[in-house]
Design a protein around this ligand. Sequence first.
Ligand SMILES: [Zn+2]
Length: 382
Amino acid sequence: MPSSRAHVVWTDRFFDYDFGPYHPFSERSRGLAAHLLESVTSASHPGVLGWSHTVEVASRPTLESFHQADYLEFVKQASGISREVSLDGGDTPAFRGCYDAAARIVQGAVDALDYTLEHRRPAFHPGGGLHHAHPDRASGFCIFNDVAIAVGRAVRSGHRVAYIDIDAHHGDGVMYGFYESGKVLDIDFHQDGRTLFPGTGFPHEVGRGDGAGLKANVPLPPRAGDEALLPIFHRVVPVLLRRFRPEVIILQHGVDGHYGDELAHLQYTPAAYAEVDRAVLALAHELTGGRLLVTGGGGYRAESVSRVLARVGFVLAGLAVPEPGSPLPAGYRNDFVTTFERDAPRTWSDVPVLDPSPWTESDERSLVGQLEGKLGERFPAR
Ligand SMILES: [Zn+2]
């Protein structure tokens, strides 16, 4: 039994997943988070986090557990040529070595999942959470769906899985991948699909067959923030999880809902992320004996992604998150400047600069009412 309280999977080989310098998705900001988390906790609380720094490329059978063989062959071919090919007809280009790079991120999710299933302690895969990829195609910067493969692996090993997704974009690859599964409860908070890619994730999408009533979609309007996310999260998530009784929780922790994100338009603050993280960890202790996998996800402003994802590791290890105004180490700041060629944040969080939110209590009543009607559930009053 390990003595650490939680485990992190990170290798700098994840930097191989690289669409080029002008593409919004970068594993570099996830890497800054992992390095920041490791440097600070290893100095202040040595041993509380265990680390895997070596991650292999996922095997073909692992990838085929979610993806179709002809799609894998297509990526393999595109991976070996240098001219530019789009994998999804849009903004997910192939690059030399993309097959292995994407398959290594998949293995990171597998390793983290296996860790938490075996040791009943939280596992964290900040480089993962590529929730848009479908069985037969890439989508939304996601070549292979590491987190869907982890969900499927947990199900095949006999577990009921609660998948929670707080990325600003709807986790369509995961939700539709398990739409008919009675073993997967899927709860997804995201910016309304009428205003953001991929355009899905509405309250009436509740699953089908054995999965009917097990998919909950919570769309929020642009500029909604903590005042929208947190009350609904606390009203809906514990009720659905306690009814479903998961044996493992998987949290896709995209950070593109953070205020100031370059691609999405929500306004969550670091305090809300920490509150969600603590709530999910408490539910894992209550319901799954500590089995919890947290992955990264979207996030297109490195200042937010690196600091928020680093704080996730503190919460999972049961440590107090760093005070907002406490200074960041010089090593992080130097890496940030070298990587992004702009000034680095100086402290763990900034004072949030927010636009007025359109969200009202009547919007909350209406959305919770829709969810109750579609899911056949009653949620507690605010
Ligand atoms: Zn996203």
